[in-house]
Design a protein around this ligand. Structure first.
Ligand SMILES: [Zn+2]
Length: 354
């Protein structure tokens, strides 16, 4: 496994053979009343090879942390679901305990109304990071570059497998158009949330990434160097690429004509994205790690925000084929079906098994 995670993974031969038994990981999730948004995300995470191994082999038990408000319970309930999905015993299961636990900490996920799978994923990542947190020895600050120092200030030596797999960092540079002075700041992310190019029915993932990274003009910026209001240009660069890169498309927007009633509209733009060898070098600063990514999961959204439906397309790391997870139904699909205008969140991995 080409991945620099200090959590040593126990990938025994027996475990691999066990995974190859028929139907492992091809278990559906019952819809508990508009919980397809949750089911879609659980299936995408359940097909994240390092994460399901960590839950299935019990290694997560060494890291359960009860010092935050979720008290380790979200990670425990997700682990129970993942283990059941990989047991090969069920056609589908009902993730009731996980749903109840999630609902305790976020009211919106308690009811039976449709929710946003992106919002659920973002909150779930933060909870899992807290629930599985361990402390590392702090590095010597003098030896760190600006990006690493900002990363360390963000993590405060508290790490988790979830942090190491999914969290990256963005450098934001605001440059004065007169004196050219710039001031970089750093922010961490667990997924990139990309706008779609306006007025186009088709675009590519590269178009969306360029739109996101290639700056905006900030008129009347207070330049600390000129000590006057100047126009400035803001530019983003990825300064830390995570081993698992999650990309969200901002398909939902409030129609300006219906601003008063807060009605969400959805962009049906068809986005062309690579299934293999997404090269992130052109979008990032020179950062360590493998810059080539392969797609392994997609959270899809169909219909409108209020009356929509979610599914997941996932490539099984065990069988090497794509499957559609539509609540309790799991069916094999050809790779040619994976790209569609329903694609809402993409999961890419740069980890290769060796
Ligand atoms: Zn200036």
């Amino acid at each position: 496994m080409v991945l620099k995670v200090k959590v040593r993974l126990k990938y025994s031969q027996n475990h691999i053979i066990w995974l190859f038994k028929r139907g492992r990981g091809l278990t559906g999730l019952k819809n508990l009343g508009n919980t397809c948004y949750m089911n879609s995300i659980i299936q995408c995470l359940n097909n994240t090879a390092i994460l399901f191994t960590y839950f299935c082999n019990g290694q997560y038990l060494e890291h359960i942390n009860r010092s935050h408000s979720t008290r380790g319970a979200i990670a425990e309930e997700l682990a129970a679901v993942v283990r059941a999905l990989w047991s090969g015993q069920y056609r589908f299961i009902a993730a009731k305990d996980l749903r109840n636990e999630v609902g305790k900490h976020q009211r919106a996920f308690r009811g039976s109304e449709q929710q946003d799978s992106h919002e659920f994923l973002t909150i779930l990542m933060d909870w899992l990071h807290l629930d599985l947190q361990f402390t590392i020895k702090p590095p010597h600050k003098e030896t760190l570059g600006a990006s690493e120092r900002a990363w360390h200030e963000y993590t405060k030596s508290k790490e988790s497998l979830v942090l190491r797999l999914f969290y990256g960092q963005i450098r934001s540079t605001v440059r004065c158009t007169v004196c050219l002075a710039n001031s970089p700041t750093y922010d961490s992310f667990s997924n990139l949330s990309l706008e779609l190019p306006p007025h186009s029915a088709r675009c590519t993932l590269a178009d969306c990434l360029n739109l996101y990274l290639n700056g905006e003009t900030i008129p009347g910026w207070n330049c600390p160097n000129c000590k006057e209001k100047r126009d400035a240009v803001k530019k983003l660069d990825i300064s830390r690429l995570p081993p698992v890169l999650v990309i969200h498309f901002k398909r939902f927007y409030v129609d300006p004509k219906e601003y008063m009633c807060n009605a969400y509209r959805k962009k049906q733009t068809y986005i062309d994205f690579p299934l293999e060898d997404l090269d992130m070098r052109q979008f990032s600063l020179d950062c360590p790690g493998n810059p080539l990514y392969n797609l392994y999961a997609v959270s899809n959204h169909y219909g409108s925000m209020e009356g929509g439906h979610y599914t997941a397309y996932c490539k099984s790391s065990v069988y090497g084929k794509w499957y559609k997870y539509d609540d309790h139904l799991v069916t094999e699909i050809p790779a040619s079906e994976v790209r569609s205008s329903a694609a809402y969140i993409l999961f890419y991995t740069s980890c290769t098994r060796s």
